[in-house]
Design a protein around this ligand. Structure first.
Ligand SMILES: *[C@@H]1O[C@H](CO)[C@@H](O)[C@H](O)[C@H]1NC(C)=O
Ligand SMILES: *[C@@H]1O[C@H](CO)[C@@H](O)[C@H](O)[C@H]1NC(C)=O
Ligand SMILES: *[C@@H]1O[C@H](CO)[C@@H](O)[C@H](O)[C@H]1NC(C)=O
Ligand SMILES: *[C@@H]1O[C@H](CO)[C@@H](O)[C@H](O)[C@H]1NC(C)=O
Length: 428
């Protein structure tokens, strides 16, 4: 079929390997066998298809090296070989013609450097090299790509620093480089990208402070900087990120207080700040957010009481305040957080009764261990009446009754910590 221009058999159940006679179809412009069960190698004869613009083999079981002859495909605009078993180095001048718009090689076992010719590919629109073993200095691999919208280089072994020239990729909306060995500071040029809505630099070796200009990323909705070596404080300018839905800065070396300006991030759905050295009280303003998913403040140095206002997060799924220095009671209003699936309060200095709702009573003991004196019907905790009444006089029993009453309606009571006893006094 030497006149064939389009060969499109994607999404079938074809198996076997690509015959080398494919090289006879010299007029081919579009070749797709994606989503089949193709095995074997990419034949060397592919280099004869010099008119080929689109080559899709994604989601198959193709094995081996990318043949060097592929550099002959100078008209290639869309190449997708993702999710196969390809390995080895890519030919260094792979997208030779400079017309390449999308290069999707994710989920293979490619290794070695990212082809140098990518640096000159000014037409690039979408790049996915994630989940391979590419190595080398990322600052040498890319240039200025004015059309680039989406790039995912996550989970490779890339090193080096982020070049300021990323700041000239003005159409970039998604930038993902998670799980590499990239170091240095976050260049503020990136933070000036006008259309950026997803930035994931997590699990790398970034150092330095979080640039204050982050507040300029007005379109950002997902920001993941977790698991780096970032220092300094969380800039109050984060409050300007009014579209932000996901913020993950866990496992860094951040210190200082949570800026109350975060309450302006009204779309925020998930907030993870665990594993830092953040201090001060937990701002009660966090209760004004729209968190549906996760609030994780664990492994920090937070002091003071659990703010009652957090119980306004009725739809929150997961709350983790463990490994802090929180004191006082668990506000009984937390019973109204009907969305909760998990609530870890372990390793604090909390005391008093665990609220009586079904959710709390069925909770695993691990959520409450290593506190100062929690009691209640949770399996493994001392029941409140026993721990408070054994060998105590009537007067003290009075206190206990008082105490238990308080726990039912804590909005109207405040606690005084007196000689290891919680005594509540009506404010009315
Ligand atoms: C690829 O191009 C080179 C010249 O650049 C040529 O020698 C070679 O035969 C071509 N390969 C194929 C398979 O067409
Ligand atoms: C990139 O383009 C420049 C000028 O067009 C050229 O001198 C250089 O050799 C090219 N680099 C690569 C890696 O193709
Ligand atoms: C941030 O990235 C890490 C991987 O580096 C991942 O485990 C974590 O789930 C991400 N956070 C969010 C909120 O998606
Ligand atoms: C809460 O966070 C700690 C430390 O960050 C973690 O070890 C623990 O598993 C988390 N708890 C839950 C219930 O996920």
């Amino acid at each position: 079929m030497t006149k064939l221009e389009t060969f499109h058999l994607s999404d079938n159940s074809i198996n076997g390997s690509i015959p080398c006679e494919i090289g006879n179809l010299v007029k081919l412009i579009m070749f797709s066998l994606s989503d089949n069960q193709i095995t074997g190698h990419i034949p060397h004869s592919i280099g004869s298809l010099t008119k080929l613009e689109t080559f899709y083999l994604y989601n198959n079981h193709v094995y081996g090296l990318v043949p060097i002859e592929m550099v002959n495909l100078t008209n290639l605009t869309h190449l997708d070989l993702s999710n196969n078993h390809l390995f080895g180095n890519l030919p260094p001048n792979l997208p030779k013609g400079g017309l390449l718009q999308s290069l999707i090689l994710a989920e293979n076992n490619f290794q070695g450097p990212i082809p140098v010719s990518l640096k000159n590919s000014t037409m690039l629109f979408r790049v996915r090299l994630d989940r391979n073993q590419f190595t080398g200095d990322i600052s040498q691999s890319f240039g200025v790509h004015p059309h680039l919208v989406y790039i995912d280089l996550s989970f490779n072994r890339l090193s080096g620093t982020l070049s300021p020239s990323w700041g000239e990729c003005l159409n970039l909306t998604s930038f993902k480089i998670s799980g590499n060995k990239i170091s240095g500071q976050i260049p503020h040029e990136i933070i000036e990208l006008p259309k950026l809505h997803l930035l994931d630099i997590s699990s790398n070796n970034f150092v330095g402070n979080i640039p204050r200009d982050f507040g300029k990323l007005s379109y950002i909705f997902q920001l993941n900087m977790s698991n780096n070596h970032l220092t300094g404080t969380i800039p109050p300018e984060f409050g300007g990120l009014s579209l932000l839905e996901v913020l993950d800065m866990s496992s860094n070396n951040l210190r200082g207080e949570i800026p109350i300006q975060l309450e302006n991030c009204i779309k925020l759905n998930s907030l993870k700040l665990s594993g830092n050295q953040l201090s001060g009280a937990i701002p009660f303003q966090l209760g004004n957010l729209n968190l549906h998913d996760v609030l994780d403040l664990s492994h920090n140095l937070f002091i003071g009481e659990m703010p009652q206002q957090l119980s306004k997060l009725m739809e929150l799924r997961e709350l983790n305040l463990s490994h802090n220095k929180l004191v006082g009671p668990i506000p009984s209003s937390f019973q109204s957080m009907t969305g909760l699936m998990s609530l870890d309060l372990s390793y604090n200095y909390l005391e008093g009764p665990v609220p009586g709702s079904h959710f709390f009573q069925e909770a695993p003991l691990e959520w409450f261990i290593h506190n100062k004196g929690l009691c209640g019907q949770v399996h493994g905790l001392p029941p409140c009446h026993q721990s408070w009444s054994t060998s105590k006089g009537d007067e003290e029993k009075q206190h206990i009754n008082h105490y238990l009453n308080c726990s039912f309606d804590m909005w109207h009571f405040t606690y005084l910590i007196f000689d290891n006893w919680n005594i509540c006094i009506a404010l009315l």
